[in-house]
Ligand binder design. Sequence first.
Ligand code: SF4
Length: 233
Amino acid sequence: MVRIGGIQKTTLIDYPGRVAATVFLIGCNFRCPFCYSAELVLPEKIKEHPQIPEKEIFGFLKERQGLLQGIVICGGEPTINPDLPEFIKNIKDLGYLVKLDTNGSNPGMLKQLANEGLIDYVAMDIKAPKEKYEEAVGVKIDISDIEESVKALKEGKVDYEFRTTVVPTVHTKEDVINIAKWIGPAKNYFLQNFRAEKTIDPKFEKIKPYSEEFLEEIRKEILPYFKVCEVRA
Ligand code: SF4
């Protein structure tokens, strides 16, 4: 059983080119201070947050067959759930395309899902350049896991994007350029502007996001590393 903390019943933006619904799974192994989803990440907040039974989700998915094309599985971090493959298989059995949003920390499961034909699109967050990764995600990690996931996506058959939420005080322009050099050349890379809303570390709620012009300036510099590189509002 996976633990489900929410559902967005229709989205036109979360799954590129598809009308989709988004399912939010509970739990994450990272503690990015700028994270907007404390209720899915911090154990003390998770306790207070209502869970949705799987049965209810599948009831909804059955009702919407033929109306929605895809389901986005995000979190938290979906791949920390050992039952994720089975959960996705049940969704695919209803005829949906599945997009996985992941922090890339579980390359083993990512490859399993891809090999078993359970995912049709992956969006992997790249949180920082290699040398600043642990600072950005707030926990000790094995950077080789991130690199293995990047490699698996670049060499695999599943459509994918890498993306970075660009946060003042965490990322400089140089940092984003270093990310591009590290993961590039690659297919799709999106820069997302930080939104100063409820964050795991309240200090971030006061941070003023970079201007669109500044992100555009960075985009132009890293363009050669990607087939598609865009700023996402
Ligand atoms: S931003 Fe994503 S990876 Fe980071 S703590 Fe939040 S849910 Fe986890």
